[in-house]
Design a protein around this ligand. Structure first.
Ligand SMILES: O=C(O)CCC(=O)C(=O)O
Ligand SMILES: [Fe+2]
Length: 293
């Protein structure tokens, strides 16, 4: 057993370090010294079996700073402090936490006027034969099942115009810095019985990288004759410098005549649609697309 000593008057806290093998050292540290904080943190983390406690090197100044006591943190068994220091361990030391980045979206109801909505439904029902099966940029089988119409000029123009009217407000409500819009893309989709779109983001390739916001305008014939088809927007976390989806998510109902906006980088999916009639007219329809910077 060894003991080192220092003048007590010059320091705030007398700290007895209890090390593996029965060694003890007494040092005097300022109550706000970072090393004191680290010593306490190590003990508390070990009590909670946390990995972060495992390997670090302590270098504690002794002999009024003329010498240093060095030991590996795994040798530290306990501390005796005088005056006592009580640690609020539960709040201060959490398990190595993964930061979850909350996903934000906004949904605006009654987006088109009743007349515009009526015209759109009538238009789409006449266009059934022009719809083609969707695919994905990766061409992965069974990743996406739905129908799409790429040319619908009158309504593409209408939607883009309406989006332009509100986009500044949308960007600000989402808490995003403003950006110059280079283009607003649009497509018209129909999800019928058993259709879905598995988890993806909308700007993960060089061609799509400038997509900033995704919008989805939902519409369906009334009364609604499908269920499911919810939009799932995942929260994010960062892994190896990439955004990946967290477990947590927001569930968005595809409400008739509503439009949803969210960041194109968010991972999202369309849950399977159940449409017992299988009639095209009863599909879950969207005009959706991307606001590019
Ligand atoms: O239809 C939806 O709710 C989402 C569609 C979508 O994610 C897409 O087309 O990229
Ligand atoms: Fe998408």
């Amino acid at each position: 057993m060894q003991l080192t000593s220092q003048q007590f008057e010059s320091k705030d806290v007398k700290v007895q370090l209890l090390l593996a093998g029965g060694y003890q050292y007494t040092v005097y540290l300022k109550s706000d010294a970072p090393v004191l904080h680290s010593l306490l943190t190590t003990i508390v983390a070990r009590a909670y079996n946390q990995e972060s406690a495992a390997h670090s090197l302590f270098q504690v100044p002794i002999n009024e700073g003329y010498s240093a006591l060095c030991f590996s943190s795994d040798r530290l068994v306990g501390l005796v402090t005088e005056p006592p220091i009580w640690v609020q361990q539960i709040e201060e030391i959490k398990p190595p936490s993964i930061d979850i980045l909350n996903s934000n979206y906004i949904q605006i109801e009654n987006f088109l006027s009743p007349k515009e909505y009526e015209q759109l439904i009538n238009y789409v029902l006449k266009k059934e034969s022009d719809f083609i099966a969707t695919s994905t940029s990766t061409k992965e089988q069974d990743y996406r099942r739905s129908m799409v119409l790429y040319s619908f000029p009158e309504f593409a123009e209408l939607i883009v115009k309406r989006i332009q009217e509100i986009i500044t407000d949308v960007i600000s409500k989402l808490g995003l810095p403003s950006f110059v819009i280079s283009q607003i893309e649009s497509q018209l989709t129909a999800h019928n019985d058993g259709n879905y779109y598995k988890i993806h983001n909308d700007n993960g390739s060089p061609e799509t990288a400038t997509r900033e916001l995704t919008y989805i305008y939902y519409f369906n014939k009334q009364p609604k004759a499908f269920s499911g088809g919810e939009l799932i927007i995942y929260d994010s976390k960062i892994e190896n410098n990439f955004y990946v989806n967290a477990e947590s998510y927001k569930k968005v109902e595809p409400l008739n005549n509503s439009i949803v906006f969210f960041l194109s980088r968010y991972m999202h999916e369309v849950r399977p649609v159940i449409c017992p009639s299988k009639a095209f007219a009863n599909s879950r329809f969207t005009i959706n697309g991307w606001v590019r910077r």
